[in-house]
Design a protein around this ligand. Structure first.
Ligand SMILES: Cc1ncc(COP(=O)(O)O)c(C=O)c1O
Length: 414
């Protein structure tokens, strides 16, 4: 057990003890201190690079509010992928001038609405999107455009490059199209892939940024932003990435630019643990293995296990001290492939609770309600901070959730 997991374990056990497993299913434990720790670590290693939290990774309002409230000065802003994410950040007190609408595919009405909400920065990765924006030019006068291109880490857990981002040889055409249409070229953007392992992809992206910025300057622009996206994870030391990124910024003479990063996973992953209940057990005595079903699985908050091919393990909150047995643990849905993990675990009983640590990234944000199980509306229980503080969110959000995001009332009832 890692050091930060011990208090989480004790807290989760205490909360679970109060619950009736027959009536209540799984719940989240949110730990604001772990968000703050990640923010501090990011700034310590990344120097003056701006932190724009990628809300898509986990839009939990307590998490977003922690960033706004506790680290107002240290959070530079937010990367939002949709109008609903923008609205959530604004409802929680975020500043629209610090939001980037970091999504290549947007409708005209979304572009205008976000602009009217005060979001003046977005990105494009093709001529068609530039022309779309040009067609509503009179409504988005000082909208700043970043050109998004590819610089991919082939070893990333999940590549974003296949579909998004211009190829390097398309950049000139996009820049010329922005210029021809009298739009505002403000800088560059790339994302090397989520769960990245290879810092060389950052260096390559920064080289292309330099070349694109030089071309923009020749057209009379004064680009000021280099957005290096996200990709950082807790498993690979961020310090190794930081060294390469900071050296590349220096090597390519970009120190006077505003460098933005959009970390999602690095900030959110550790801050949320999921506590699930064992509701079904089938012991195959002759095969010496146990099938268990939890109240959540790969169609719910554990979808990322299948999507990112992640190996996860859970820990019983009340260990029985029984012999370990091969355990195949899945969700409650009718899908026989709904299997979350498969490892040797001491034998459990129906009604036992298990905890999954480091479950904050791309979990609740991509959960579905498949089979009618309400995976998207699990309660969130908050651990007080070291200073015994609690993050509060507006009552409206606490009671109803953010309907457009979650589609369910009472999503945040504790
Ligand atoms: C444009 C953009 N920025 C940032 C992120 C966050 O990436 P990560 O969670 O790997 O830091 C993503 C993830 O999909 C993204 O698409």
């Amino acid at each position: 057990m890692k050091e930060f997991q011990k208090p989480l374990f004790d807290f989760a056990r205490k909360v679970a003890k109060e619950k009736d497993p027959n009536k209540e299913g799984g719940f989240w434990v949110f730990c604001p201190d772990l968000v703050i720790e990640a923010i501090e670590h990011f700034h310590k290693t990344m120097g003056s690079i701006g932190l724009y939290y990628a809300v898509k990774c986990n839009p939990c309002p307590y998490l977003v509010k922690t960033m706004i409230e506790k680290h107002n000065k240290e959070i530079d802003g937010f990367d939002c992928a949709s109008i609903n994410e923008i609205k959530e950040v604004l409802k929680l007190g975020g500043d629209p001038s610090k939001i980037s609408f970091s999504q290549v595919a947007k409708t005209k009405s979304e572009i205008i609405e976000s602009y009217n909400l005060g979001v003046k920065l977005t990105l494009v990765d093709c001529i068609e999107e530039v022309e779309k924006i040009a067609s509503i030019k009179d409504k988005i006068k000082d909208l700043k455009l970043l050109i998004r291109y590819q610089s991919n880490d082939p070893e990333a857990e999940y590549s974003l490059g296949g579909r998004f981002g211009a190829d390097e040889d398309e950049i000139d055409d996009i820049l010329n199209c922005i210029h021809k249409n009298g739009l505002n070229f403000a800088g560059t953007h790339f994302h090397i892939g989520t769960g990245a392992h290879n810092p060389a992809a950052f260096k390559n992206g920064i080289r292309i940024a330099k070349e694109t910025i030089e071309k923009g300057r020749k057209l009379g622009y004064k680009p000021s932003i280099v957005d290096i996206g996200g990709g950082f994870c807790q498993e690979v030391l961020i310090d190794n990435f930081a060294k390469v990124i900071l050296a590349a910024i220096k090597e390519y003479g970009l120190e006077d630019m505003k460098i933005m990063a959009e970390p999602g996973r690095f900030i959110a992953a550790n801050s949320m643990s999921y506590v699930a209940n064992v509701l079904y057990k089938h012991k195959k005595v002759r095969k010496n293995l146990c099938y268990y079903s939890l109240d959540d699985g790969i169609h719910g908050n554990m979808a990322f296990c299948a999507l990112f091919n992640k190996t996860v393990e859970c820990i019983p909150l009340n260990p029985r001290g029984t012999k370990k047995i091969k355990s195949i643990i899945g969700g409650q849905t009718c899908d026989s492939h709904d299997i979350v993990c498969d490892f040797d675990l001491e034998e459990m009983e129906i009604g036992d609770w298990v905890v999954f640590y480091c479950f904050g990234a791309y979990s609740m944000s991509i959960a579905t309600n498949f089979n009618g199980f309400e995976a998207r509306s699990r309660p969130i229980v908050q651990m007080p901070t070291k200073n015994n503080e609690i993050i509060t969110i507006p009552e409206e959000i606490e009671k109803k959730g953010i309907p457009a995001l979650w589609g369910l009332p009472n999503a945040w009832n504790l």
